[in-house]
Design a protein around this ligand. Sequence first.
Ligand code: GLU
Length: 295
Amino acid sequence: MTQPVFRFAPSPNGRLHLGHAFSALLNQRLARETGGRLLLRVENTDTVRCLPMLERRMLEDLAWLGIEWDEEPRRQSEHGADYQQALDRLGAMGLVYPGFFSRGAARQAVETATARGRSWPVDPDGVPHYPPEDRDLAEAERQSRLDARAPHTLRLDMEAALDRLSRQDALPLTWQEEGGGPEGETGEIAADPGQWGDFMLTGRDRSAAYHLACAVDDAAQGISHVVRGRDLFLATSAQRLLQELLGLPQPTYLHHDLILDSDGRKLSKSRSDTSLAELRMAGATPGDIRKMVGL
Ligand code: GLU
């Protein structure tokens, strides 16, 4: 049997909290129990919110917790060429198009359509699907906007992607789930990538968006087991789709429970939830943190 490879993939856009500690410690425990390796990935393609200072603090918090890595961390900001290569391949399949709507304009287009009584699908993050106008744009118009350097994201043409996989008899896509979904789903799970609509592959600054970077990196790091919070259960559908289109291996997934605050809400880096740094300052030891998260 090949050696299992686990990863912890935080974004340095705030201080780590108990939820991160649980995820990192669980990955470490599973890697130890299975004789596997544990890798760190710094998910910092969003250079506005992910700051080097926050990354330094994140690494300090993890070292304090006693987490050790079997390789140097992989920083997404250093692998733009890998994401570009994947984009080029999707582009060559005719599955990528420029999206010219700003976030506000897209919202407006959807509001106008729904006000006229049209129903509009919403993705699992609660974001309405991207309007179809840009996908259906006449080639000359698209080119003239590109020539005029109109700001744009790059989007996946979901319909064309599913059509391609259907012609290859690759549908339905599934994944192996060892943790559980929101309804406790385990075992072989049917992926439903269509629920993400024409999701973003790159932002306006050309940085790779989450699903693309994650699918490329899990393959590049040889990850066999993706162990992460249940809030990313539905994201797996989008990532399985990209893996299939790009011919990448598919890991096994374990989506674990989230650590909730006293009001039953998910901990968040943007609210000042109990960060590991605050707990440490208040005198908590790494052993206390393990107890607090039940590991
Ligand atoms: N970077 C993501 C986060 O911090 C995790 C991504 C993943 O584990 O796939 O929420």
